[in-house]
Design a protein around this ligand. Structure first.
Ligand SMILES: [Zn+2]
Ligand SMILES: [Zn+2]
Length: 278
């Protein structure tokens, strides 16, 4: 870990190149406007799986839900995140524990590109078996252990399903473009939302509330708020802070599929608020 080590993971490079190449092909091949709803669905499947499942549920335990729903959310995330939740959650907990300090796997203090995508190409940016120490709450889940070995299976099934529904020629537009768009939205949380935007709360790091990332990353761009209250199920705490992931959690709670939803109290918010913030 750190500046000195800069190796290149050829498999990560190949995977990112293939994904982005597939997305670029959509811009060259004939465009079908009728596929917009399907593209949005693919974006939301991968997006909400990541934000509601990987991030707010598994990494931060911001709410509780049945195991089948947890596994469904994880499977949704896996169509664009080829890494067992054990790896994702371990890296994310490491990020919160060392945010913008030594040991943070993806801080813009080492460069914007490094925090966006470069860290994924560097095998030394992460510790592969960190989950054995920091994800004891997830480690005995047989599905997550299986995903360590067969991480590409859900994504391969996603590609196959899309091809069967819309035709192989539609894959660049319906699968790769929205998947890559989502990937970059979530990468932007680590890069843009640790560099540009407001810091209404004292979080002890460079995290920012960024409007653009807030919208594109389904609520995850209210990132200074998130670092100030990492266990909150809601990241956009103000009425105008669009947080689609929170709407989903709220709706699931309304129908009884989600419970023990954690939110910061007024006192906790006041204690962290900077004097100039609203
Ligand atoms: Zn962060
Ligand atoms: Zn987090």
């Amino acid at each position: 870990m750190g500046r000195a080590a800069r190796r290149l993971d050829p498999w990560a490079l190949l995977w990112l190149a293939l994904m982005h190449g597939g997305a670029a092909a959509a811009l060259i091949l004939p465009w079908r406007w009728s596929l917009w709803p399907a593209m949005l669905v693919v974006y939301l499947i991968g997006g909400l799986g990541t934000t509601v499942g990987y991030h707010r549920l598994l990494a931060h335990r911001a709410f509780r839900c049945p195991r089948w729903l947890e596994h469904l959310l994880v499977t949704m995330a896996m169509i664009n995140t080829p890494g067992s939740p054990l790896l994702w959650v371990a890296n994310h907990r490491q990020h919160h524990g060392h945010s913008d300090r030594a040991g943070d796997p993806h801080s813009p203090r080492e460069g914007l590109w490094r925090s966006h995508m470069g860290w994924l190409l560097d095998p030394d940016s992460t510790v592969p078996d960190l989950w054995r120490r920091t994800c004891l709450d997830l480690a005995d889940d047989a599905y997550y252990q299986w995903l360590l070995r067969y991480r590409m299976v859900p994504q391969a099934l996603g590609v196959l399903t899309t091809a069967l529904l819309f035709g192989w020629e539609s894959l660049p537009q319906v699968f790769f473009l929205p998947t890559v768009a989502w990937m970059n939205s979530t990468f932007a949380v680590n890069s843009i939302a640790h560099t540009f935007g407001a810091q209404p709360y004292r979080s002890g790091d460079e995290s920012r509330d960024n409007v653009l990332v807030g919208v594109l990353a389904l609520g995850e761009g209210w990132h200074n708020t998130h670092h100030a209250f990492p266990r909150s199920a809601r990241h956009g705490l103000l009425w105008w802070q669009l947080d689609v992931s929170w709407w989903v959690i709220w709706a699931l709670a309304r129908v009884g599929l989600v419970w023990d939803v954690r939110l910061p109290t007024e006192e906790q918010r006041a204690a962290r608020r900077r004097s100039s913030a609203p």
